[in-house]
Design a protein around this ligand. Structure first.
Ligand SMILES: *[C@@H]1O[C@H](CO)[C@@H](O)[C@H](O)[C@H]1NC(C)=O
Ligand SMILES: *[C@@H]1O[C@H](CO)[C@@H](O)[C@H](O)[C@H]1NC(C)=O
Ligand SMILES: *[C@@H]1O[C@H](CO)[C@@H](O)[C@H](O)[C@H]1NC(C)=O
Ligand SMILES: *[C@@H]1O[C@H](CO)[C@@H](O)[C@H](O)[C@H]1NC(C)=O
Ligand SMILES: *[C@@H]1O[C@H](CO)[C@@H](O)[C@H](O)[C@H]1NC(C)=O
Ligand SMILES: *[C@@H]1O[C@H](CO)[C@@H](O)[C@H](O)[C@H]1NC(C)=O
Ligand SMILES: *[C@@H]1O[C@H](CO)[C@@H](O)[C@H](O)[C@H]1NC(C)=O
Ligand SMILES: *[C@@H]1O[C@H](CO)[C@@H](O)[C@H](O)[C@H]1NC(C)=O
Length: 505
């Protein structure tokens, strides 16, 4: 108010001439007129009421709008693709992989995990190079077997309970000791070996003496192994043979497998396949042991990967309090089958995502039922991570599609369509183009109607990828097609982008 009066004073003369407006004295006469006083107060209060109303409106809009917190970014091992390389690869290969969309590597540690590390080992050299060029490496370690304490343990000169020792009262007809129970190895032999030194049996299902992880000192030994490799640059681990880390504490006999499939195979009492391996594989007590190691790895590697190599047959063994204690459960069995049947694949996916409740599995494919790039179009774009093995190259087109929010975070619908002959799945995240993948494993060209068979697909779709053997005409990358009239070549796959279109119910 003060400022206004002052300017008016300065410009009084000009104002008078230009507009013939009222002078200050004239104005002041009206200033205290009750009507104008009330008017001034009215406008003053109205201004603030409108301002407050707008503020409240804005707040209401912010709070009532649907929450869309962006999902946390994926870790390197969730993003993928991951590549498994041999321990003897040359270190200049790593740069090449890094430059070709590979997000992380898995390398097998070829020595006894518990023996002293030789820095001349090629894998240690690779860890160094990987650190320089910033590509994470997860080491594949054998946890369950080691020879290094065996002699002392056998002669009872230390580490007595580091292995699984068991006396046996059984003798055969010629007086030789017989194993303490009926545990059979995959070689159809007893899993027990006799030590003439200690006069006891030790458990060695894979030929090597198995460590005793019911002894806290032994689990601590493996914790030390993990820490040592993290110091050397490992960004995560995959544990080999995790399912056989623990055996039944009471050494009870295995029970025969009475399932129909097994009976039909006609196994003998001396065959591995004759039994359910509940006393020696994937025991429930496994979860806490793995969790302990997982915490160390997560802690020291900034949420690096902690996984097991075996396929999880019994989910509960790999969970603690209902949560998985291993990352990226391997689901390689789905795409290693000699036949590709869309309906069976859908059942397998249902089993993995709905029954087992795995949300981000690790995929590989070894089957020759369909061309490799057809399998890639599935394993790169399903929820989860593709693992490439045996020198397989990254498919750059699919790797690009993989980066979209719809693949990294989107929802997932999967079906066998077109008379259940075609595998089709869609991935879609809010605000991103949806990705639609279709695989025709049959020997005939199939016509599909995505508009009818899949949900929320736009009428127009754009071709983004076709497998090498895809040979319909006018299906170039980038071309637009009607979603209700798409042809897929025999044994080929197709990837389309669509816009989310809410289905009318
Ligand atoms: C008893 O076991 C020993 C060692 O396994 C074997 O050499 C011997 O043939 C067995 N004797 C009989 C009668 O089965
Ligand atoms: C174990 O026995 C089964 C059935 O007799 C056989 O199919 C399998 O090949 C055997 N395994 C080995 C390692 O010999
Ligand atoms: C573990 O090691 C400590 C000393 O290193 C020893 O005192 C203890 O008896 C060991 N425990 C077992 C179960 O072997
Ligand atoms: C690991 O996590 C635990 C808590 O979960 C914490 O106490 C500890 O300091 C962390 N760091 C290391 C290096 O263990
Ligand atoms: C599905 O099967 C029916 C009868 O078996 C056939 O008439 C139809 O053309 C098939 N549809 C497709 C898309 O293959
Ligand atoms: C496709 O043809 C091949 C060779 O003719 C045959 O072996 C295969 O079973 C056929 N596949 C299907 C799905 O019919
Ligand atoms: C299709 O959209 C509806 C409504 O947004 C949603 O509930 C449904 O999950 C969507 N279906 C798929 C497969 O995305
Ligand atoms: C596409 O390839 C299949 C064999 O894979 C062949 O039978 C068919 O004639 C080809 N179609 C065209 C249009 O070239």
């Amino acid at each position: 108010m003060l400022g206004l009066n002052r300017t008016m004073k300065i410009e009084e003369g000009e104002l008078k001439t230009a507009f013939a407006a009222m002078g200050k004295e004239e104005l002041m006469k009206f200033a205290n007129n009750p009507f104008w006083v009330r008017m001034r107060w009215f406008l003053f209060i109205l201004f603030w009421l409108v301002w407050l109303g707008m503020l409240l409106g804005a707040i209401t809009i912010i709070y009532s709008a649907p929450k869309c917190n962006p999902p946390p970014p994926r870790e390197w091992w969730e993003e993928g693709p991951l590549v498994e390389i041999k321990p003897d690869v040359k270190s200049d290969q790593l740069k090449f992989l890094k430059d070709n969309e590979v997000k992380g590597l898995i390398i097998e540690w070829p020595e006894d995990s518990y023996s002293e590390i030789n820095d001349d080992n090629n894998v240690i050299k690779l860890l160094k190079v990987a650190k320089e060029i910033d590509i994470p490496i997860a080491l594949d370690l054998e946890a369950s077997m080691s020879n290094i304490w065996f002699e002392k343990s056998e002669s009872r000169t230390g580490f007595e309970d580091y292995y699984i020792w068991r006396a046996s009262d059984n003798v055969n007809a010629s007086g030789s000791p017989e194993p303490p129970n009926n545990w059979i190895s995959r070689k159809n032999e007893s899993s027990w070996k006799y030590s003439t030194v200690r006069k006891e049996f030790y458990y060695a299902p894979e030929g090597w003496p198995q460590l005793n992880f019911r002894n806290k000192n032994v689990t601590e030994e493996f914790s030390k192994v993990l820490k040592t490799f993290i110091d050397k640059g490992a960004k995560g681990f995959r544990i080999r043979d995790a399912h056989i880390l623990l055996v039944d504490a009471n050494f009870e006999n295995q029970t025969p497998d009475n399932s129909k499939e097994v009976k039909e195979k006609g196994y003998f009492l001396t065959d591995y396949g004759f039994y359910v391996h509940s006393k020696t594989e994937s025991l429930d007590e496994l979860g806490p042991v793995l969790k302990n190691w997982r915490n160390i790895v997560k802690n020291l590697t900034n949420n690096g990967v902690f996984m097991v190599k075996n396929i999880l047959d019994k989910m509960e063994a790999y969970k603690v309090d209902g949560s998985f204690v291993v990352d990226l459960p391997a689901q390689s069995n789905v795409f290693n089958k000699p036949l590709f049947e869309a309906e069976k694949v859908v059942h397998s996916l249902e089993h993995i995502f709905k029954t087992q409740r795995i949300d981000w599995p690790l995929w590989t494919h070894k089957s020759a039922a369909l061309p490799s790039d057809v399998y890639d179009s599935i394993t790169y774009l399903l929820p989860g991570v593709p693992l490439l093995e045996g020198g397989e190259a990254v498919d750059k087109q699919l790797a690009q599609i993989r980066k979209t929010p719809s693949i990294m975070h989107g929802n997932f619908e999967y079906k066998a369509i077109a008379n259940k002959t075609v595998l089709s799945f869609s991935r879609q995240a809010p605000g991103s183009p949806g990705v639609l993948v279709a695989v025709n494993p049959s020997n005939d060209t199939v016509k599909v109607n995505f508009l009818q068979d899949m949900n929320n697909i736009s009428e127009e779709v754009t071709i983004r990828f076709t497998s090498k053997n895809f040979n319909e005409t006018n299906y170039e990358i980038g071309s637009k097609k009607d979603a209700n009239n798409i042809f897929i070549s025999p044994r080929a796959s197709l990837v389309l982008f669509y816009t989310y279109q809410k289905n009318e119910e």
